[in-house]
Design a protein around this ligand. Structure first.
Ligand SMILES: CC(C)(COP(=O)(O)OP(=O)(O)OC[C@H]1O[C@@H](n2cnc3c(N)ncnc32)[C@H](O)[C@@H]1OP(=O)(O)O)[C@@H](O)C(=O)NCCC(=O)NCCS
Length: 176
């Protein structure tokens, strides 16, 4: 999936890409943007790095694996710039998504292009809708979600829940 300025590709996180991903996350993104608040303070800690490694490793089997979740590296021009994920949730047919990008790559349309690629993946995986949870102050996330047709609903406090329905996939008849 490409937009007019950048060609953004999603690639499954193998061992080599995981090293790149961890390097990008720890040097060019905040720990709080990538991992839960596992250790006090906003900094990267060994616990948070270990969490990030096992997070992707444990999701290599994808949506039908034990974690019910798939992750990809976001690649622009052969370089890893971030990560996206899709997860099964209680609602039938709905997948939940999330993403982060390297700080120095934000605000250039890459997030929107990566989210468009995620929607394509979700559609290919048979989902009927995709959900994303963010906060009202997250301008980039809110902007990308709006641009791709999500409906945004304000929840408690600053929380925003966004949902988009996906067009049903045409069955592949094998004829072209
Ligand atoms: C959220 C995130 C993935 C968005 O990716 P991005 O590449 O920065 O977003 P884009 O450049 O595609 O911009 C998306 C929209 O937001 C707007 N936008 C982006 N950054 C902005 C900024 N700093 N100020 C104002 N508007 C901004 C863009 O103009 C665009 O809107 P438009 O289509 O109407 O022009 C990225 O900023 C990020 O990794 N943030 C940290 C982690 C995070 O918050 N993840 C999401 C958790 S829900």
């Amino acid at each position: 999936v490409a937009d007019s300025r950048t060609s953004v590709v999603l690639v499954a996180v193998d061992r080599v890409l995981l090293d790149d991903l961890v390097e990008v996350a720890t040097t060019r993104a905040s720990a709080d943007e990538v991992t839960p608040p596992l250790t006090p303070g906003p900094e990267w800690s060994p616990v948070r790095v270990a969490w990030l490694r096992s997070f992707h490793r444990d999701r290599r089997q994808g949506l039908d694996g034990p974690a019910g979740e798939a992750t990809w590296a976001v690649i622009v021009g052969r370089h890893v710039v971030g990560s996206v994920r899709l997860k099964r949730i209680d609602e039938d047919g709905v997948l939940e998504t999330g993403m982060w990008l390297a700080r120095d790559t934000r605000g250039r349309g890459i997030g929107t292009a990566a989210l468009a690629a995620v929607l394509q993946q979700a559609s290919g995986l048979g989902a009927s809708a995709v959900r994303a949870d963010t906060t009202a102050g997250n301008t980039g996330a809110v902007g990308a979600l709006r641009r791709l047709g999500f409906t945004l609903n304000r929840g408690e406090g600053q929380t925003v829940r966004a949902v988009v329905s996906l067009a049903p996939q045409r069955p592949d008849t094998g004829h072209r």
